[in-house]
Write a protein that binds this ligand. Structure first.
Ligand code: SF4
Length: 391
């Protein structure tokens, strides 16, 4: 590494520690320098994490409701989506939702994650029939109803159902304390022929940004994030993080960023694509902390089963949703670790595990008084979930 580059690296990183804005070109330079030696970057990310997030790491105790996994799009890496007739198809009835909510309550879950494929009724007769049988005209209408059912039981819905219409988001906002939509990538190149989002119109960056902008206008606390290792260039992944930062600067409603490392799945077009390199992934995590020092940054522990605790030293402060009850239907081959194991591993790395609501405390002011009142029944003095509720 040349002396000039080293100086730029240190100068830029020091600027971050002094709360000065850091620019894209500096980040790209830091990325290039860190490929050879990431230690300085990791140490700055760790310092920022300590400064803004203290010595705790959070998670959300959840149940994953795979409401309907038919999807009008096709991403090259996806095994979540089912086709009619496949064994893994999920078309949850109201009764099934009701029963699983009961179980979630027994397991002392806090979050109900409602997930669907992208507007399934637009493509599949099976989806239209399923909606009709349950008494709904659209998946969004069902989501509104299912969210009401969850809330009535004292469970907190968080819906991740792809590119929803603004009118549907407005309805869901009444019951959902937060919502989720991964940006995945700001790169148009990934939508070209042969690339992972070629057959997924909903993943076009413009379409995703439009939905995230709508969420911003509605002041919905939003979880978003990126996929790392799906064929993007380092510059594209950096641009994706900056795109999220820009949204947050404009609307102030991005509550967390998920950094999800790609893991290849059999039966997909990307089955022989390598999983995301761990050093590359860690550099991206640390850069995210530097680009957005105060942001909540999450990695899913099940996707780095042998090393997730080591990410605590490169800038993350959250493990996302972990379910003691249901599989991760998006990555079913990667079981979530047991919550007490996550607690033990976090402790060994010097961090206390705490359970949060699907809305982070900093965003309580975004949600209605009715929702806040429900939360207050089980919240502690840090506005996290009372330990005797979730343990
Ligand atoms: S990743 Fe989402 S949008 Fe893409 S095929 Fe799977 S379910 Fe559909």
């Amino acid at each position: 590494m040349s002396v000039n580059k080293l100086v730029l690296n240190s100068e830029s990183l020091n600027n971050v520690l002094e709360n000065k804005e850091i620019h894209r070109d500096d980040i790209i330079q830091i990325y290039q320098n860190s490929i050879k030696d990431p230690n300085e970057l990791f140490s700055v990310a760790q310092n920022l994490r300590k400064k803004f997030k203290n010595n705790s790491v959070t998670f959300s105790k959840k149940a994953f409701f795979n409401l309907v996994n038919l999807c009008k799009d096709s991403c090259s890496y996806c095994t979540y989506k089912a086709e009619p007739g496949e064994k893994k198809i999920s078309l949850m009835s109201k009764n099934h939702v009701y029963q699983l909510l009961d179980l979630a309550k027994k397991y002392r879950c806090v979050e109900i994650l409602f997930v669907t494929g992208e507007q399934p009724e637009q493509k599949y007769q099976e989806a239209r029939d399923w909606l009709k049988t349950n008494g709904f005209r659209s998946t969004a209408e069902y989501l509104v109803h299912a969210s009401e059912m969850a809330l009535e039981k004292g469970l907190f819905p968080h819906t991740n159902a792809g590119n929803l219409e603004i009118s549907d988001m407005k309805e869901l906002q009444k019951t959902n304390v937060s919502m989720g939509l991964m940006l995945e990538s700001i790169s148009d190149r990934l939508t070209e022929r042969g690339m992972p989002h070629y057959l997924a119109a909903s993943k076009r960056p413009k379409a995703r940004i439009r939905i995230l902008e709508n969420a911003g206008r509605l002041k919905i606390p939003m979880t978003t994030g990126i996929l790392v290792g799906i064929g993007e260039t380092p510059e594209e992944v950096i641009d994706s993080i900056f795109a999220i930062k820009k949204l947050h600067q404009k609307y102030g409603n991005i509550q967390e960023i998920i950094l999800q490392n790609f893991q290849p799945k059999t039966d997909t077009r990307m089955n022989d694509f390598p999983s995301a390199n761990e050093n590359y992934f860690k550099i991206i995590v640390a850069l995210s902390r530097i680009i957005m020092p105060e942001m909540n940054i999450q990695i899913p522990p099940n996707l780095s089963p042998r090393s997730y605790q080591s990410f605590l030293s490169v800038g993350i402060n959250d493990w996302g949703g972990i379910s003691p009850l249901t599989p991760d239907y998006v990555n079913p081959e990667f079981a979530w670790p047991a919550i007490n194991k996550v607690e033990e591993n976090s402790k060994n790395a010097g961090f206390d595990l705490k359970c949060r609501f699907p809305v982070y405390p900093e965003f309580f002011s975004f949600i209605s008084k009715q929702l806040r009142n429900k939360i207050s029944l089980i919240q502690d003095e840090e506005r996290l979930v009372k330990e005797d509720y979730w343990k």
